[in-house]
Structures are given as C-alpha cells and as structure tokens.
Design a binder for this molecule. Sequence first.
Ligand SMILES: NC(=O)C1=CN([C@@H]2O[C@H](COP(=O)(O)OP(=O)(O)OC[C@H]3O[C@@H](n4cnc5c(N)ncnc54)[C@H](OP(=O)(O)O)[C@@H]3O)[C@@H](O)[C@H]2O)C=CC1
Ligand SMILES: CC(C)(CO)C(=O)C(=O)O
Length: 341
Amino acid sequence: MSEHKASVLVVGGGSVGAIAALNIESSGRTAVTIVCRSNFQIVRDGGYSIESCDHGSLRGWRPSDVVNKVPRVVDGAHFDFVICVTKNVADVPPSVSDLIGPAVTPGKTTIVLIQNGLNIEKPLLAAFPQNIVLSGVSLIGANEAEPGFIQQDFPDTLYVGPFRNANLAPADEKLAAEDFVSMYSAGGKTQCSYNADVGWTRWRKLVYNACLNPVCAITGLDTGRLRLADGAIEGLVRPAMAEIIAAAKASGYELPETIATDMIEMDPLTMYLPPSMLSDVRKGNFIEYENILGEPLREGEKLGVPMPTLSVLYHLCQAIQWKNKELKGLVNVPPKGTFVA
Ligand SMILES: NC(=O)C1=CN([C@@H]2O[C@H](COP(=O)(O)OP(=O)(O)OC[C@H]3O[C@@H](n4cnc5c(N)ncnc54)[C@H](OP(=O)(O)O)[C@@H]3O)[C@@H](O)[C@H]2O)C=CC1
Ligand SMILES: CC(C)(CO)C(=O)C(=O)O
C-alpha cells in the first residue's frame, strides 16, 4: 500500500460525486478538486449541504477546490486520479473520453469510472491506451434534492477493480486499484473494497439497475411503491431480472440463486428509494439507458438469450430519451402538416 499523496480530480459534482469527494478528502491524504456544472455557483459560494447516513449532517462543506470545467493539465503537472461520476449518457455528447480528456496525462493518470452499466470502459481504453482504467461499482443510494443539497439514505459501498488493459501489467493495475481503495476508505466512514472480478460485479449490479431503474423511471414509482403496486414485481421486474441472470450466465458469470430476491429487497421498502434513472426523469435529465439496458440487452441477444421484457423496457426508455431530446432541441421534428379537407 502506497502512502503517496495523490492529486485527485472528481468530474461530476452531483450526489455520488459529492460523497466520493467527501470520502477522499476525509482521508487527509489528498486535496480534491471537484468539477461542478449546474450547481457550480451554489457549491463554490456556499458549499454542499449533506444529509448522510454515513456522514451525518454537514452544512457548507466543500472540497479543496471547486471548478466549473475540466482543467487542462499543463507544465508537467498531472492528476494521479481522474474520477468520473457524471451520468454516462452514451447517446448524448460529450462522451466521457472527450469530457475528461484535458485532465488525463497519458501513462500517468488513473481513470476511475464510478458509474452504472456495462462496457463503459471500452471507449476509455480506446481513447487512453496507456492509462489504467478502474471500475467503481457503487451501492450507495443518494440524490441531489436541490442544487448543492445531497441526501444519502443508503450506505456507500464501493467495489473497485481494474478494467483489463492489455497494454499494461496486471500487477500495476491491481496496485492502482488498491491505492484508490485505501485512499477512499481512509476516512473510516465508508465501505470500499478491492474487487478482482469486475465483470461479475457489474452483471450482478445490472440485476438491479437494468430492471428496477427503467421500470421505476417508466412508471414514476420509487422502489417501495413498486413493491406495493399490484403485479409490478411479479409481472415486470422478476421476468426482466430472469433475462439479465440468463444473459450473465451466457457471458460466463454465474450469479447466486437468490439474486433476484436479494436485489428486490436490497433497499428497505419504506425507504421509498428513487433509483437514479427515476430521479433523472423527474428532473428532466437524460437517462443512462444505453449502458444500463442497451448493452446487456445486446450482449444477451448476441449470445442467443431471449430477452423480450428487456427489449420492451429498452425501447420505452429510448422513446423517453427521444422526447427529452426534442424538448432540448437535439432532434428535428418536421412541422405539423395541414389535414383539413
Ligand atoms: N445516485 C445513486 O444513488 C447512484 C448512482 N450511481 C451511478 O453513479 C453515477 C453518477 O450518478 P449520480 O451522482 O446519481 O448523478 P447526478 O445526476 O446526481 O450527478 C451527476 C453530476 O455530473 C454532472 N455532469 C454531467 N455531465 C457533465 C459535464 N459534461 N460536465 C460537467 N458536469 C457534468 C451533473 O451536472 P448537472 O447537474 O449540470 O447535470 C451532475 O452534477 C451514474 O452512473 C449513476 O448511475 C450508482 C449507484 C447509485
Ligand atoms: C440501486 C442504486 C440506488 C444503488 O444502490 C443505483 O444504482 C441507482 O440508483 O442507480
């Protein structure tokens, strides 16, 4: 374990990013710079308000530096870690690689993706072939209720391990992941552990995210209300989960027999937890449906797994995303024709 003082950039100052910055800054071993966007002014001037099951109530907390765009590294300086905690919306630019590019030094910066979904590393490994890319699978339940106000109801448990980069030595990737785990855990308020089998952990998490996130986002119900609603779990969620479990198996990842029930019951019913995709729909944000739903669907179908429920959920999410693209002027809609006789 290295005692090197790391320089850390957190890109994405929303709910998971703010808690990640708090954990890392609490290590006392590093100064964190956070990149904010819509909440920049509020966080820079007044700091975050945080109500957290791990950290308690904090008012006016901010990391060492708050900036409103990804800094370009110059003059031999570099970030040891660039941690990307934006929503990974694959079908809306900028791509994650373009966004973090100015802060990444080839061969030096370790990139950490604390984001949901499958195959998110592929564009990063292509854009930064000499850099270590780590996977961060987070089980936190957090939400930015208002700009700069973070509510965390479900404890932060983070699994970190390398996405294999064939250009680099596995031992170096493991060391970087262990360094990150030690830095993230040092404040003592969170569970962060080294995770060798990133693929298994990502497929396991998809049993929740590929099923509960879209069903909640489409119906507008949080996970507690979905469990109370007639037919939603047995008629929609369990069939979708069975398809993900089958796709994981076809991809070489055997998940525990109890996984569907474990995921359905993961958050207490009366927590009424809105999965991140539901929060995005409520805020009028784009949704991460391509990485969370599209990629596992494509992987499963490629391997011959029937996925009718996932396919319907995917296309419903695609329509929701298109509706938002129209609202934000990203698609052209021909003017209404005249149909009066
Ligand atoms: N919330 C949760 O409980 C969990 C979330 N996750 C995953 O963690 C990741 C982060 O989620 P979460 O923290 O909830 O997301 P949030 O929407 O709360 O935060 C994302 C932040 O990134 C910012 N951002 C997005 N694009 C850019 C950009 N181009 N430049 C600068 N800033 C940008 C957003 O700014 P703006 O406000 O302006 O859009 C926002 O502040 C996602 O992949 C999610 O699926 C995983 C486990 C649990
Ligand atoms: C399931 C949860 C809340 C993390 O535990 C999540 O990943 C999300 O909201 O997208």
